[in-house]
Write a protein that binds this ligand. Structure first.
Ligand code: PLP
Ligand code: COI
Length: 342
């Protein structure tokens, strides 16, 4: 199969429509079978639930070309399960998890020419999403929904690739206590737009959000979880009910402990103790693992010993192992790699 003629090495994280997407509709209390379509547009009522009351959630995963030329995805079952959790919290109908995985397989296989070649530095980002489509004017859930999956080839999420990031501690919260921070609701990202633009206007790459109840504990950024490394080499990630349970982070904790034999802890992380860590990184599907060099807050700044030019050694080891598993260079734990039959 011929790959598309794309300058893979210079892709940023943007939308480049590919030929095929999947669409299924929920009406009269059930999902239809769904189908692949070339139509990238959606026509809906001006009063659609998604437009009026933001009834929408989404997922994000990637397809990779392995060293031996296979096309694979990484733990799509966890994206299917997390989307079910998002739907339940937003009073949306669950799209069956086995059908979710089948739809991912169909979209990726149909767009195989768009899966960037091994070693190109790019990957195919897959975006499943669902929204309320029928008219809703009183505040209540829609009765009709559309589930879609499109994909787009992407490069690094943060400009500058693996150059360490500078963060600032946001004055705003991205989630409420007992709110929707732990699901992938579009509304969480709408909440984060003003804070992230403020961060950019002030010269920072991203925000660190603190826990909304006490503002003393580290939560996450707008699109990635935190990983810290202590001076004695323990990997630490924040525990909180209002952060998104990142599949990358959950996988990295297993990689750290089971593959690399390191100590790994998920626990509450006080902002006060961040200055004592040796390394810091952001992890997520889009972010992969992006190193953080500096965090600026009111009254000071924290400069990690790993510096502003490269990843720290532990974050680098985690990055190499995770991407090695995803690209088929290293053996994966059972069930992590889902091959797509093209
Ligand atoms: N946190 C937020 C708020 C996100 O949007 C994402 C992206 O999906 C993540 C964390 C990382 O999650 P995952 O590793 O499952 O992509
Ligand atoms: C992802 O990593 O898949 C995300 O959804 C993060 C961001 C693009 C919102």
């Amino acid at each position: 199969m011929e790959k598309k003629n794309v300058d893979w090495a210079n892709l940023g994280f943007g939308y480049m429509p590919t030929e095929w997407r999947f669409v299924a509709n929920y009406r009269d209390g059930k999902w239809d079978d769904g189908e692949l379509t070339q139509d990238a547009t959606i026509t809906m009522s001006e009063c659609a639930g998604v437009l009026q009351y933001a009834q929408t959630c989404f997922e994000g995963l990637k397809a990779y070309t392995t060293e031996d030329g296979r096309i694979v995805t990484f733990r799509p079952d966890l994206n299917a399960a997390r989307m079910s959790d998002s739907c339940k919290r937003l009073e949306m109908p669950v799209f069956p998890e086995d059908k979710f995985i089948e739809a991912v397989e169909k979209v990726v296989a149909a767009n195989a020419e768009w899966v960037p070649p091994y070693g190109s530095g790019a990957t195919l980002y897959i975006r499943p999403f669902m929204f309320g489509i029928n008219p809703v004017i009183g505040v209540k859930p829609a009765t009709e929904y559309q589930f879609r999956i499109f994909c787009t080839p992407v490069g690094p999420y943060f400009k500058g690739g693996v150059k360490p990031l500078t963060l600032t501690v946001s004055d705003f919260d991205r989630a409420a206590p007992h709110g929707t921070g732990n699901i992938k609701a579009g509304l969480n990202y709408a909440m984060s737009l003003h804070p992230v633009m403020e961060a950019h206007r002030n010269g920072f790459d991203e925000n660190m959000y603190l826990d909304p109840a006490t503002r003393t504990k580290v939560e996450e950024t707008g699109g990635a979880n935190f990983l810290f490394v202590t001076k004695d080499g323990t990997v630490v990630t924040p525990q909180s009910d209002s952060i998104l349970p990142s599949i990358t982070r959950r996988s990295l904790m297993i990689v750290a402990e089971k593959v690399l034999g390191m100590k790994a802890e998920q626990r509450e992380v006080l902002f006060e103790e961040v200055k004592d860590f040796a390394e810091c990184g952001l992890c997520g599907t889009a972010a992969v693992i992006s190193p953080v060099g500096k965090i600026v807050y009111k009254g000071g700044e924290i400069c990690f010993p790993s510096g502003m030019t490269q990843m720290g050694p532990t974050i680098q080891k985690l990055y190499d192992t995770l991407t090695g598993i995803q690209m088929g260079r290293l053996e994966a734990p059972e069930g992590w790699i889902h091959e797509i039959n093209v």
